[in-house]
Design a protein around this ligand. Sequence first.
Ligand code: ZN
Length: 241
Amino acid sequence: MNTQLRILVQLQEVDSEIQRLEATKGDLPQRASALRGRKEALEVKASELRKDLEQAKRDRAQAETDFDLLKEQKAKYQKQLLSVRNNREYDAVTAEIEAAEKGLDQLESRIIELLDAEGRYQSELEKTEKELSEVSAELEQVEKALAEKAAQVEAQLRELSNRRERLLLQVERPLLSSYERIRKAKGGLAVVPVARGACGGCFTQIPAQRALEIRAGDRIFTCEVCGRYLYWKDDTYSGSR
Ligand SMILES: [Zn+2]
């Protein structure tokens, strides 16, 4: 086989392997990033719920204090009622008692509302915290898997990168830039074997005469349709099929 073509074939093997290794990280980086986003959002939500819960508790404590004070006042008015000296005083004290009762009713409703709200915040907070701990655990797993994968792949990638450097030194410049251009444009595949009489990249049938020339391997040919470099690989040939 033409020496340059042989090197291109090796280069393609190295590049395909690099591509495959990068792909083994799969969706781990995206999953980690999505989980980090969810974790952050849940943390914000939990912190807001904690604030709302604390506020509702403070409001309820205040309402309970107000309730007790008003109840004491009402008791005072009720005592006063026993010692009124005329109708005018009686009416005035009665009005105070009624106002206090109205106020007590309102405070009672408010306290019930706040208790309800506390319950809602509390259960929502528990739900959020549960979800948060699940997401955190999942994130930890994904990050661990990613770190392991990256560590595994790193050594192989370094080795491949060294091999690649050595091969690059042996490729003629114009051929190399053409190789890189095709590889970028064609999904990482610039050098393909002839398979079953067709281009191994785009599967266009190759004329028999050209196939023979490729098989001889003296010169470098490219596919007339996709532009990829073609080489002959005996075990992929089954032109009779
Ligand atoms: Zn092709």
